[in-house]
Ligand binder design. Structure first.
Ligand code: PDD
Length: 277
């Protein structure tokens, strides 16, 4: 079952108009909420980011946070197997009579679905995964979780074509984030990640990783680092709601540090797991 514009219906019966601006222009925003045992990690943070995204593209929020919570919980409850779920919520500006770039007041299209998430077991991550790097040519509003994701999907596909987990992006030599995750490095026991701003999506998992690291008394610097520092890091991780925290040990075919997931990753990973209960 999915939710579309006021109705809970079977996914194969859910249709939107070809005049929907989400379809025509990628004109919308979205959220992905991770739910474990029907509990969402960072629910309020995700809803706040959704509001920020709607404000950024001038769409009036069609629901209160309590209404969103009810809708999301209902979608979560439909899963008979109680699997771990990624709740995908999308709001597009809505349908107009004709295709035109400009818009007036439209009724937003609201869609919510759930799919299973199966984050990798820690034991399968001990050798780390690989990534490639590419120049970040996305627009300078990457902090808005917009549905227009062409650059991100092309980067993700390039990673897949290279048997890599992710494409790590850099702009003017500075590592920003990855195609669908945030990036961390560890150097001399300090954890670094790009500061919030127009160049990165302010990941909710990123926020949780920082909290978990601080609980474990690690130093965290929200300051930028270069591609060279990435390649010379002691540890490299990526984070997202669906991937959790993944160690990266090969970048562009080059081994990072000793080629194994690092000890700081291990501790932060364990701390993150405790958020699920
Ligand atoms: N992507 N950066 C980008 C570009 C992303 O698309 C994502 C998440 C993140 C991590 O954000 P969070 O920790 O809030 O999931 C960073 C989601 C999972 C997606 O597009 O499916």
């Amino acid at each position: 079952m999915v939710y579309l514009n006021g109705n809970f219906i079977e996914k194969d019966k859910a249709f939107v108009s070809v005049m929907d601006r989400g379809f025509l222009f990628g004109d919308g925003v979205y959220e992905v909420f991770p739910a474990y045992n029907r509990k969402i990690i960072g629910l309020d943070s995700h809803l706040n980011r959704l509001q920020d995204g709607l404000d950024a593209i001038s769409i009036k929020n069609p629901h209160t946070n309590n209404e969103w919570k009810d809708l999301i919980n209902k979608i979560i409850s439909f899963d008979p197997n109680n699997q771990n779920q990624a709740i995908y919520l999308q709001i597009s500006r809505g349908s107009d009579e004709n295709r035109k770039h400009t818009y007036g007041e439209l009724k937003p299209t609201v869609y919510i679905q759930s799919s299973a998430i199966n984050p990798r077991e820690k034991s399968t991550l001990l050798n780390g995964l690989s990534a490639i790097t590419r120049e970040d040519i996305r627009w300078l509003k990457s902090n808005t979780k917009a549905t227009s994701l062409l650059a991100n999907t092309l980067y993700a596909q390039e990673a897949k074509n290279n048997d890599a987990e992710e494409t790590i992006l850099y702009r003017d030599g500075i590592v920003t984030e990855a195609s669908s995750s945030n990036v961390f490095i560890v150097k001399s026991n300090c954890i670094y990640t790009h500061p919030k701003g127009p160049n990165i999506l302010p990941g909710i998992t990123r926020e949780k990783v920082i909290e978990c690291a601080k609980i474990n008394n690690f130093n965290v610097e929200e300051s930028s680092f270069t591609k060279e520092q990435l390649m010379n890091a002691d540890e490299v991780w990526i984070s997202s709601s669906t991937r959790e925290i993944i160690p990266i040990t090969i970048i562009d075919g080059i081994q990072i540090s000793d080629g194994f997931a690092g000890p700081i990753w291990s501790e932060v990973y364990d701390q993150y797991q405790s958020l699920k209960s």
